[in-house]
Design a protein around this ligand. Structure first.
Ligand code: ATP
Length: 515
């Protein structure tokens, strides 16, 4: 675990050193849980967004996009339930004065028991070798059983307390399980209180009577309130979806872990409107489609898992998360929810406007049910960095840090490197660069030794480098070096474009999704 935390720290400092992510307002000592994306970060982020957007809108004829405003009528947040119920249960440790989410403390406690059980099983597997029967061991080993029972008891109680909104019992679970504050090491806890996560501000001058408005805590409501606008003007027929990418804001209590939990972040959300009764079928379809989207990036299927929710919101009839194995454990990257007709019905009630769809095939009007897929751009970004970051020792003992980014997402696709600055090699390299820059993101670099330049490109995840050497002037060929294998091959200049495009074009990744 300590080792993994080490890796995480390295990822954070690597992100800063190479222009991916900077702390916001750094020269003023930063602003809690707010970050800026640098010259490399913005490219990676844009590529992630494009992958998502194109997979939604190009691959599904019945999914269209919108871009709604961040400010919305405040009644929207009444209707959606955010004013009254968008709360986190928080608890303070009286000695360290640190504030925690009560639910997160308990979840971490449960994860620790899971870890203990897994370690026990691992140890036994080593001891017994090939004859080891894991299932039987889990079902019969007294220490495993004892831990499992403890875990199940706490888990059941926890799920009930969350469902009943029982803050006293949440606190009691923390007391009974003897959870201590990681900073002070004490169990001196306050009561558990609810804390609303929305940022509020005022619109208009106070003389006119200012309107209290909120910074949206999710992009989804902008889709719901435009449901009929899009349906009518786009002549959409149920089932259809509306996708949106945009900023969201939450006044998170525990804002740690770099860009995993931010106060200003970006979401990619898609609401899919279906005929009531068909929602669970669509839920299963989107669940599979979204997992495929993640796994197509090639980090390995074992890095992802579904986590079905214990606590279903009262309006949801199914919900799951897609989790990715971050350096600090499996964590939610995306949520997929079957939200029934809750949102549209609420907006109908609060606005007094009909939010129904007339189904020409069924010849009747109804309020569609909704399947939502909701993913955080920044969390996706972090999962990609975590999956890609790699330290290697090369033959000869030299080390390198390489970001094994999926080529399609890499900020720079091709580095153009003249072996030396003289003998006309720079000019030739410039010529190649001027030709290729229209096809994909290229970076020209002629400073330092070629080895150092390769390392710089490895560190930002550039999948390919072309090197222009003296032979280039003779036979119009260059070497292409591949980042991960470091293999080099000679290619004639007119073929470079095709060669690199074949590996870096988003089209090829999108095609995988339809296979
Ligand atoms: P969590 O339980 O981690 O707070 P959530 O269940 O509240 O997340 P949702 O409301 O389902 O999250 O939001 C959908 C997605 O938006 C999440 O899967 C995550 O990727 C992203 N997201 C939510 N809150 C944040 C945040 N504070 N910073 C970065 N991304 C976030």
């Amino acid at each position: 675990m300590a080792q993994q935390e080490d890796v995480f720290k390295k990822i954070v400092s690597h992100s800063k050193e190479y222009g991916f992510v900077f702390p916001s307002s750094e020269i003023y000592d930063g602003l809690g849980a707010v970050y800026d994306y640098g010259q490399m970060g913005v490219e990676l982020k844009n590529n992630i967004k494009k992958y998502w957007w194109d997979s939604m809108t190009l691959l599904h004829e019945n999914v269209v996009g919108i871009d709604s405003a961040i400010f919305m009528h405040p009644t929207i947040w009444k209707a959606s339930g955010h004013v009254d119920a968008f709360n986190d249960p928080l608890i303070d440790n009286k000695d360290s004065k640190k504030r925690y989410r009560a639910d997160v403390l308990i979840e971490e406690y449960l994860a620790k028991i899971d870890d203990k059980i897994d370690k026990e099983v691992e140890k036994a597997a080593k001891r017994f070798g090939e004859t080891f029967d894991e299932k039987m061991y889990r079902e019969t080993n007294p220490r495993v059983l004892e831990n499992q029972q403890k875990r199940d008891e706490v888990h059941t109680r926890f799920a009930k307390a969350l469902n009943d909104n029982n803050l006293e019992d949440l606190r009691q679970i923390i007391i009974d399980t003897e959870i201590v504050c990681p900073i002070s090491g004490t169990r001196n806890w306050t009561e558990v209180r609810q804390f609303n996560l929305m940022f509020a501000t005022e619109m208009g001058s106070t003389a006119d009577g200012a309107l209290k408005v909120y910074l949206r805590p999710e992009t989804a409501q902008g889709i719901f309130v435009n449901f009929l606008n899009v349906q009518k003007t786009g002549r959409m027929k149920v089932p259809f979806g509306i996708a949106q990418i945009g900023k969201a804001f939450r006044n998170e209590i525990v804002a740690r872990q770099f860009i995993f939990r931010m106060r200003e972040f970006e979401q990619m959300e898609m609401q899919f409107f279906v005929t009531p009764g068909e929602e669970l079928e669509w839920f299963a379809k989107w669940k599979a489609a979204r997992m495929k989207w993640h796994q197509a990036l090639g980090f390995g299927a074992e890095k992802y898992r579904f986590h079905d929710h214990d606590k279903l919101a009262h309006y949801a009839n199914a919900a799951t998360d897609i989790e990715f194995e971050m350096p600090f454990g499996f964590k939610e990257v995306e949520g997929i929810h079957s939200r029934t007709d809750f949102d549209l019905s609420q907006h109908e009630k609060f606005s007094g406007k009909k939010m129904q769809y007339f189904d020409p095939e069924l010849n009747k009007s109804y309020t569609p049910f909704v399947i939502e897929t909701s993913i955080g751009v920044d969390r996706m970004f972090l999962s990609i960095l975590a999956g890609a970051y790699c330290e290697e020792t090369l033959e000869g003992g030299e080390t390198r840090v390489v970001l094994r980014l999926p080529a399609v997402l890499a900020p720079v696709k091709l580095a153009v490197l003249p072996l030396v600055k003289k003998d006309g090699l720079s000019e030739k390299a410039r010529e190649i660069m001027d030709e290729l820059k229209f096809s994909f993101a290229c970076q020209y670099d002629e400073k330092d030794s070629i080895g150092k330049r390769y390392r710089r490109q490895d560190a930002i995840g550039t999948p390919y480098c072309v090197t222009i050497d003296h032979q280039t002037l003779e036979d119009n060929t260059v070497t292409i070096r591949e980042r991960d294998s470091m293999e080099q091959k000679r290619v004639s200049i007119p073929d470079v474009e095709k060669e690199i495009s074949a590996k870096t074009d988003l089209k090829n990744l999108l095609k995988k999704l339809t296979e």
